[in-house]
Design a protein around this ligand. Structure first.
Ligand code: HT7
Ligand code: ZN
Length: 844
């Protein structure tokens, strides 16, 4: 496919003042009439008039009322136009019922719905579908459906029609339309300046009882954005719609957020604690986009991190405020390492602001989102909380209503803080995870820390320059007291030393507190010191990190040297588990071992070829040893932290359940599943029920519960997604592919529903010992189904190709099998641009 480059950006030739759209909805033949007022852009170099348009049947077109015959290609149309303002009118026909790609206007369970980001609007009508063209939209929807929604404020409505007007100029990617037999969960919010806002969550009949939590999360988000960022909502109404068939989590369309039903519907009976937390975060994320994304948008798609990195950063702050800051930081870093470090270490590595792409949908990545958010976290640390607040005020003041770049963003920080961010900008342009090595020496009361930084080559970037790395450091005395509170070092050179003087004794340094930069810290240390930090560090992140490093080291030694589970490690876990001053959620995190994928990468970092089966077995042996050694403590914790009374999804109860359920999973290794069966039988909420089912599967005693679960929940698609996933993630490695294959034959398996497809094939990809089983059956099955899915839904197919991104880690046989499958996918006639680009990049 054609490659698009950031350096080739040119301003649009024509700007749009306003857009009027009329939709006459029909599943097979929807008519879209558009009236668009264009004017030449004084800042553009050329005057070619081009409108994007794909899969549209052009019925008619006119300019200032005179019919025209444009030149139409599969990508759009060109037409001779006046060199002055003019009005374009067109009518096109589209078939939403046949749209399985879920991009543009499509149908999901009888309801009409749109997804326009990034480039879906061009499948609705002819338009300059680029984010730097912003216009006001007036929309009329015609159908016999009871609910018809679009962006902005409601206008006239009556039998068979509804009108909407959005006064805020926006790019086409924020357009949305929804129509269907929907019911609403209504509420209200009064903004800080007294504006009354009508709120609604729209769902299919039957889901009304799953809206209350989402609504509460929305109101908390609205209040939080006023309190923390001074940002108020700006329309009379805010609508959220739940859709079953959706490619991603949710979409921030102006005034009309559309959500994957899995990311908004919640009830104690059907949603786990993790679901509740995720829903709260996504509701917040989409709402926060109203300012960081919608009021201030991106000039072009290379600037995606401008809105996504910032909005992820803001939703993380929100969750930290609503729940536990350290637990949020630790879980964010676990996810960052699992997804972004993995991406940055392989063939798909790209900068936070990419410089080229073939298909922009392939760049909604962990790097753009999560590393993009880390970059903002570093900026905030460097300029301080006040500097950050001042810079954001200036950002909103200076750029409201504009389509901006990363240069605009950084200039705001430079102007408001006086800091030169030239070197800092490398975080946006250099791919790869910096390795930060630290050596220490101590003499005469002075500790010297010497840092060396190095970023490995990534595709297209063989050589890297030194980056600005904020390193938060604290020092602990030999008795565990903190002798130097957290201080921020700024590493800017390839090699750089810092000293701490006046120390009474050789301290133990706690480096990269709070994970102050997205780097891989390399430090020669021993497990005694790690255990000391796990016991004594005052920084919760580094306390956990010490335990994690200890676990990783012990597991690697089991793998590489055939040692038995280290009693000293088990002792350290026992002390942490016994420490009642620690948040139970934190203790649950300490008891969770590094994932099989983490260990595979750790082996690669140590110069070894990972054996997925051996990794799986070592981890299982360690869990068994934990079950034996910690048995009495686990049994006690299981009792003591049981949550009494009705289920609530707040942080405190969630934390207690996290600990009891980790305990249950370990205890179930030794009691044949007795305790888990009791919990399963008495559970009145999904967290308890699903944890019990999972523990029963660990105990090898889950067959009856699996059948009962299916009977109980077969009517609920979101719960059944869990049922599909769990069987794969808990299957024996040699049986994973077979179980996956069997589940694809289940009557409720469907390729058309991305949630269900991901429940099955996402689970396969996340079960390394099964997916990478030496038979190659996992690879074959994945490729077979990706080929089938690509014909229906290229976006979801392309995203799932990342299952193969780590292929270079493995032995020659596995490499051969994976590349054979990738080539088989690549050779498929009619393969989508999305999947073609991903497979091509993975193969390298
Ligand atoms: N801004 C949105 C990103 C997005 C998307 C959402 C749903 C379907 C397809 C999509 N493509 C891109 C979601 C967000 O970051 O909030
Ligand atoms: Zn977003």
């Amino acid at each position: 496919g054609a490659t698009i480059y950031l350096k080739d950006y040119t301003p649009p030739a024509y700007l749009v003042d306003d857009v009027h759209l009329t939709f006459a909805l029909a599943p097979e033949a929807t008519r879209v009439r558009s009236t668009i007022r264009f004017r030449p852009n004084p800042e553009a170099a050329g005057r070619d008039f081009f409108l994007h348009g794909e899969e549209l049947t052009l019925i008619s077109a006119s300019i200032d009322g005179t019919p025209v015959t444009p030149e139409v290609t599969p990508e759009g149309l060109t037409c001779a136009v006046p060199d002055a303002p003019f009005t374009w009118e067109s009518e096109v026909e589209i078939a939403p019922a046949r749209n399985t790609a879920l991009e543009g206007l499509y149908m999901s369970n009888g309801m009409y719905c749109t997804q326009c980001e990034a480039e879906g609007f061009r499948k609705i009508t002819y338009y300059p579908d680029r984010p730097d063209v912003m216009a006001t939209f007036t929309v009329r929807v015609e159908s016999d459906l009871p609910v018809m929604l679009s962006n902005g404020n409601p206008g006239d409505s009556g039998p068979g029609f509804a009108e909407w007007h959005d006064p805020w100029p926006k790019p086409a990617y924020l357009f949305a339309l929804v129509a269907g037999e929907l019911v609403n969960h209504p509420d209200r919010f009064t903004t800080a300046s007294g504006k009354e806002v009508e709120l609604n969550i729209w769902v299919r009949p039957g889901d009304e009882d799953k809206c209350a939590f989402g609504m509460d999360a929305l109101k908390r988000s609205m209040k939080w954005d006023e309190d923390v960022y001074g940002r108020e909502y700006d329309l009379d109404i805010f609508n959220i719609v739940a859709v079953d068939d959706f490619n991603m989590g949710a979409m921030e369309n102006k005034g009309l957020n559309v959500f994957n039903s899995s990311c908004v519907l919640a009830s104690p009976e059907t949603s786990t604690d993790m679901n509740f937390e995720r829903i709260e975060a996504i509701i917040a994320h989409e709402y926060f986009h109203n300012w960081t994304g919608n009021r201030i948008t991106c000039r072009d798609w290379f600037q995606l991190c401008l809105k996504e990195g910032l909005t992820v950063f803001r939703d993380s702050q929100f969750t930290a405020d609503m729940r536990s800051e350290p637990v949020k930081r630790i879980t964010d870093v676990i996810a960052l390492r699992a997804r972004q470090f993995r991406e940055d270490n392989g063939p798909l590595a790209h900068p936070v602001r990419p410089e080229s792409f073939q298909e922009i949908n392939n760049f909604y990545t962990a790097t753009v989102y999560e590393k993009g958010a880390e970059v903002i976290g570093m900026l905030k640390r460097l300029v301080g909380d006040e500097g950050y607040a001042t810079a954001l005020d200036l950002y909103f003041e200076r750029h409201d209503g504009q389509a901006c770049t990363i240069e605009d963003w950084l200039k705001v920080f430079e102007d408001s803080t006086g800091r030169d961010l030239t070197q800092f900008k490398r975080w946006y342009s250099q791919a790869g995870t910096p390795r930060l090595k630290v050596d220490e020496s101590y003499a005469d009361g002075t500790l010297t820390l010497t840092f060396t930084q190095e970023t490995p080559p990534t595709p297209g970037q063989p050589d890297k320059l030194a980056q600005v790395i904020p390193v938060a450091v604290g020092l602990l005395g030999p008795n565990g007291d903190e002798v130097q509170p957290t201080t921020l070092l700024e590493v800017t050179e390839a090699e750089q030393s810092f000293t701490f003087t006046g120390l009474a004794a050789k301290p133990v340094p706690s480096i990269l507190r709070g994970f102050s930069a997205p780097v891989i810290l390399q430090r020669e240390t021993d497990n005694a010191e790690r255990a000391f930090l796990l016991a004594n560090d005052t920084d919760a992140f580094n306390k956990w990190e010490a335990g994690r490093a200890l676990a990783r080291d012990v597991l690697l030694r089991m793998l590489n040297e055939g040692t038995r589970p280290d009693p000293a490690f088990l002792g350290a876990l026992s002390s942490a588990l016994a420490d009642d001053s620690l948040d139970p959620a934190f203790r649950a995190l300490v008891l969770a071992l590094p994932s099989e994928d983490d260990l595979a990468q750790a082996q690669v970092d140590a110069g070894r070829v990972p054996d997925p089966q051996a990794i799986h077995e070592a981890r299982q042996r360690m869990f068994d040893a934990m079950a034996d050694t910690l048995h009495d403590q686990l049994a006690e914790a299981y009792e003591v932290y049981q949550v009494p009374g009705d289920y609530t999804p707040g942080a405190q109860h969630t934390a207690a359940r996290a600990l009891t359920n980790v305990a249950l999973s370990l205890l179930s290794r030794r009691d044949g599943g007795k305790l888990a069966q009791a919990q399963y039988d008495s559970a009145d909420n999904m967290t308890q029920q699903l944890s019990a089912l999972s523990s029963l599967l660990i105990a090898g005693a889950g067959d009856a519960a699996l059948a009962a679960f299916e009977q109980q929940w077969k009517h609920d698609r979101l719960v059944m997604d869990k049922w599909f996933s769990l069987q794969i993630t808990h299957a024996k490695p040699a049986e994973v592919a077979e179980v996956t294959d069997r589940l694809t034959q289940h009557p409720d398996f469907s390729m058309k529903n991305p949630n269900r497809f991901r429940a099955v094939f996402g689970a396969l990809a996340m079960t390394p010992a099964g997916f990478h089983h030496a038979s190659g059956a996992g690879y074959r099955l994945m490729a077979d189904w990706l080929i089938q899915l690509d014909a229906l839904n290229p976006q979801t197919t392309a995203r799932m190709c990342s299952a193969f991104e780590t292929w270079r880690r493995y032995d020659a046989d596995r490499q051969q099998m994976i590349t054979d499958e990738l080539r088989r996918i690549a050779a498929r006639p009619g393969l989508s641009r999305d999947t073609g680009e991903m497979v091509g990049r993975i193969l390298g």
